[in-house]
Design a binder for this molecule. Structure first.
Ligand SMILES: NC(=O)c1ccc[n+]([C@@H]2O[C@H](COP(=O)([O-])OP(=O)(O)OC[C@H]3O[C@@H](n4cnc5c(N)ncnc54)[C@H](O)[C@@H]3O)[C@@H](O)[C@H]2O)c1
Length: 308
């Protein structure tokens, strides 16, 4: 296999992404962590699953960035996760330092890569990677909207008792308390859910989507979600490596689109071999636009705290 994906952070999310990429035989995988033995052990375990999965992907665990050289895509999951009662923003300072160090190492060894940050607070971490790496904006694309939309799709399908495959959902904005689920653009077999569900039910789905991460943090008691986040990041890696040109809600650096400038926010993008190949501007109603701006401002405030 000649494609290479590095996953930095061999914790819950990182290992799940690595497994997804290897199982789907999308690329060879390098799993890197500062913990000695953990990435090596998990990588070997995944490699031994490959004969069963029918994948010839090579999976390598390492603590050495030299092994990541020449990666096509680098997914960053390194950092601390939320504990009950914590918001994503509480992770800011610790993960900022980790993200900065990881980014410097990545670009040194894979200057041509596309980076998919996953670490929270997501949009701010994207901004850190973008500023520290010096990569063009097309090649830094954050994972959040795909996950938030998948959560909303799950709830829509359960409510209407239809296949999840028939559902489509759009969640825009920063990956935090100010995210912006868009019922008007969320459909079942092409029919907007606003025609299928009453307002109270839609409100309930929207609230549950916005609190989707916290619901799982509370249930787990320690740590945060990783199966759906892992699947979401894997879908993005697949869209890039297969040049699918898939329209997905991702965190991207806006330069005037949606009237927002100089900050990472989740909006629909076309994801392909070049990374973010286009930013899709959908028409928003005044309330939706205001919610998106509020979300962008929340990201801006955190960006100012770390000063990138
Ligand atoms: N964007 C999203 O939608 C989304 C969803 C879920 C989780 N997350 C975030 O992803 C991150 C990872 O979550 P998790 O559950 O996998 O956490 P985890 O604690 O299981 O794993 C984090 C891993 O990062 C490693 N690490 C720490 N510093 C490092 C460094 N400098 N270099 C390399 N590795 C380092 C740790 O050793 C650990 O193995 C968290 O910040 C979490 O909030 C984001």
């Amino acid at each position: 296999m000649n494609r290479k994906v590095t996953v930095v952070g061999a914790g819950h999310v990182g290992a799940t992404v690595a497994r997804g990429v290897a199982d789907k035989e999308l690329a060879d995988v390098v799993l890197l962590d500062i913990l000695e033995g953990v990435p090596q052990g998990k990588a070997l375990d995944m490699l031994e699953a490959c004969p069963i999965e029918g994948s010839d992907a090579r999976v390598l665990g390492t603590n050495d960035y030299a092994d990541t050289a020449g990666s096509d895509v680098v997914v960053i999951t390194a950092g601390i996760a939320r504990k009950p009662g914590m918001s994503r923003d509480d992770l800011l300072q610790t993960n900022f330092k980790i993200m900065k160090a990881v980014t410097e190492n990545i670009v040194q060894h894979s200057p041509g890569c596309i980076v998919v940050p996953v670490t929270n607070p997501l949009d701010v971490m994207c901004q850190v990677v973008y500023k520290v790496s010096g990569l063009p904006r097309e090649r830094v694309v954050g994972m959040a909207g795909v996950l938030d939309s998948a959560r909303m799709r799950t709830f829509i399908a359960a409510e209407l008792k239809v296949s999840v495959e028939n559902t489509h959902a759009f969640v825009l904005g920063g990956h935090g308390d100010t995210m912006v689920p868009l019922p008007r653009y969320s459909t079942v077999a092409g029919i907007p859910i606003t025609e299928l569900l009453d307002q109270a039910t839609i409100d309930r789905i929207v609230t549950r989507t916005a609190n989707g991460g916290a619901e799982i943090v509370k249930l787990l008691g320690t740590g945060s979600a990783y199966y759906a986040p892992g699947s979401a990041a894997t879908e993005m890696v697949e869209a890039i490596l297969k040049d699918k040109k898939k329209i997905l809600p991702c965190s991207t650096y806006l330069q005037g689109e949606y009237g927002i400038d100089g900050v990472f926010v989740g909006v629909p993008v076309k994801l392909g071999a070049g990374g973010v190949e286009d930013i899709i501007e959908i028409r928003l109603e005044a309330g939706e636009r205001a919610a998106l701006e509020k979300s962008a401002n929340a990201v801006r405030e955190l960006v100012a705290v770390v000063g990138v």
